[in-house]
Write a protein that binds this ligand. Structure first.
Ligand code: TTP
Ligand code: MG
Length: 408
């Protein structure tokens, strides 16, 4: 028999809000909402105090304002959350080499062979929580189980600051009473169709006939959902799968129309992507942009470079060209703007050609120096001169619903 696995799922509590409270303790105990107010705003997340009023992630800000009029609102500081996320990831690395990050505040850790039993897994989880608390002043919730699915269920059961172990023996008591929506792959539509057949809890999945399940999910879906309901899941924890692309995009509270502002936004996104490339010691061969107008028309356009790069200058030049040559806004403003790269390869493989172009060599050394300063002083320390030019009465970049560079 295969050795029983020990899997941890770690999920930070109210992550963006908790970071803000940590950095400004005056916010402690208050309903705090991270997001932009106004008709187009959405809630990124909120403190548990705000959740008591019914405020939730992804809720329109107007609804949140109605539910909790006295909440404190903050726009969010993505750079800071990414910084904390990296610090937490490096704590994960101290526990096991097998870490699969799922999002900015969530990861699976495979502790098989490191912790011998689920109880030893619980001890490790406790130490992990303590280390995050000591170093970052934040709480995490952790699930410990023989597989990913049960670990993920466990981390959510006693949030915030939870620690739940789910063994195979605990499945009837802890898993079966939960709503069927908690099963991976059961979205709202599937859930409605299951409800119609009397399936409301995970336990009901095992009580209802296989035929009923097949009507909703098909033959293989029925097999899959039954296995999950029994608490079975053999997917491996996949450590840091090789990045296939890196991108950064923003949605704007009001559509961008000024070409200068759009240009600056392109440069900022290119900067973020280039920085991430250098951090990951990668270079990219293809640059792409994504543009969405207020009426939700969306374009993606890509350009392959002559040589792979990790420089913002090269990326923004390609992005500008794509924007100017390949997109016809037809007078509409830009609601969403993204810059990304793919065709990634390790930077080291092109050492031979790296320093042949003197202009590129200079730009590269400047970028690496800037990365080093930024690392020491924090992200806000250095902004490219172009971003600071007075805008002849032009507006500052408007508030953004920001997202970290995503790597997939
Ligand atoms: P979550 O882990 O889903 O939420 P959370 O950490 O804020 O709260 P919980 O205690 O329930 O885990 O997401 C992590 C961060 O990702 C969250 O702090 C903000 C961001 N986020 C968004 O920006 N928009 C969203 O719709 C969601 C779900 C999260
Ligand atoms: Mg979280």
């Amino acid at each position: 028999m295969a050795r029983a696995r020990i899997i941890l799922h770690v999920d930070m509590d109210a992550f963006y809000a908790a970071v803000e409270v940590h950095d400004d303790p005056d916010l402690a105990g208050q309903p705090l909402i991270i997001g932009h107010r106004g008709p187009r705003g959405v809630v990124s997340t909120c403190s548990y105090e705000a959740r008591r009023f019914g405020v939730r992630s992804a809720m329109p800000s107007v609804t949140a304002e109605r539910l909790c009029p006295r909440a404190v609102w903050l726009p969010g500081r993505m750079e800071r959350y990414v910084e904390v996320s990296r610090a937490i990831r490096s704590i994960f690395d101290e526990f096991t080499p097998t870490v699969e990050p799922l999002s900015i505040d969530e990861a699976f850790l495979d502790m098989t062979g490191i912790a011998r039993t689920l109880e030893a897994g619980r001890d490790a989880a406790w130490q992990l929580k303590e280390r995050i608390r000591e170093r970052q002043g934040l709480t995490a919730s952790v699930g410990v189980a023989p597989n990913k699915f049960l670990a993920k269920v466990g981390s959510d059961l006693e949030k915030p600051d939870g620690l739940v172990v789910i063994s195979e023996d605990d499945v009837p008591a802890r898993l079966w009473p939960l709503p069927v929506e908690r099963l991976w792959g059961v979205g709202p539509k599937t859930a409605t169709r299951l409800h119609e057949r009397g399936v409301r809890t995970i336990g009901d999945v095992l009580r209802v006939s296989e035929t009923s399940l097949r009507e909703v999910l098909g033959a293989s879906g029925a097999v899959h959902i039954r296995a999950l309901a029994r608490g079975e899941d053999d997917r491996p924890v996949e450590p840091d799968r090789d990045a296939k692309s890196i991108s950064e995009e923003r949605t704007y509270a009001s559509d961008l129309t000024d070409p200068d502002v759009i240009d600056r936004a392109l440069l900022q996104r290119a900067e973020g992507v280039a920085r991430e490339l250098r951090r990951e010691k990668l270079v990219a061969r293809t640059v792409h942009i994504k543009v969405r107008t207020g009426d939700f028309t969306t374009w993606t356009r890509a350009h392959t470079l002559a040589a792979p790069t990790d420089l913002a200058e090269v990326i923004v030049a390609a992005a500008r060209e794509l924007f100017q040559q390949r997109i016809d806004l037809g007078g509409r403003g830009v609601r969403l703007l993204g810059v990304g790269v793919d065709g990634l390869e390790p930077a080291a493989t092109r050492q031979a050609t790296l320093f042949t172009d003197p202009a590129e060599d200079r730009a590269r050394r400047a970028a690496l120096a800037a990365d080093a300063v930024r690392k020491r002083l924090g992200a806000a320390a250095l902004v490219r001169a172009r971003l600071l030019e007075p805008r002849r009465g032009g507006p500052e970049e408007p508030p953004e619903a920001s997202s970290p560079p995503t790597v997939d």
